[in-house]
Design a protein around this ligand. Structure first.
Ligand SMILES: [Fe+2]
Length: 142
């Protein structure tokens, strides 16, 4: 599966949407590099950048989550998913360095599937909570 950025994936939170678009661009770059037979060194370089960007992106979302009152259940689940993802990515990167192409295919599938699911379910839930919060803020401001 390969994700294409489009309105179907938008959360309506601009900072998050821009970062998701950037992330998907990196996934496509990785997929292309892998598909055209680039060396493990090149692939790992893309993965390195992707890993750094993911950490920055998760920090952005987690700061928004931390400012959201009465959302402990969402926060717990959302942070758990981010933590699992980082763990999985680190593990698979190390494995891909050793055995190359096969793990790389699994890793690319995993990244695409995880991101797609996570954006559609978890990040959209976060966006809904944030939108609710803004609506309440406007009411109180009246
Ligand atoms: Fe997220």
């Amino acid at each position: 599966m390969r994700i294409t950025w489009g309105t179907a994936l938008e959360t309506g939170i601009r900072s998050i949407d821009l970062q998701h678009e950037e992330l998907i661009g990196m996934l496509n770059e990785l997929d292309e590099a892998h598909g055209s037979g680039k060396s493990q060194t090149v692939l790992d370089d893309v993965l390195q950048r992707l890993g750094t960007y993911v950490a920055f992106h998760f920090a952005t979302e987690e700061a928004l989550i931390a400012n959201l009152p009465r959302s402990e259940r969402h926060a717990e689940e959302h942070l758990r998913q981010h933590g699992n993802f980082i763990e999985q990515l680190t593990m698979m990167r190390a494995q891909a360095k050793q055995d190359g192409p096969q793990t790389m295919s699994h890793l690319i599938d995993f990244l695409n599937e995880w991101l797609y699911e996570h954006i559609l379910k978890t990040d959209r839930k976060l966006a809904a909570l944030l939108h609710g919060q803004t609506a309440k803020g406007h009411e109180q401001g009246r």
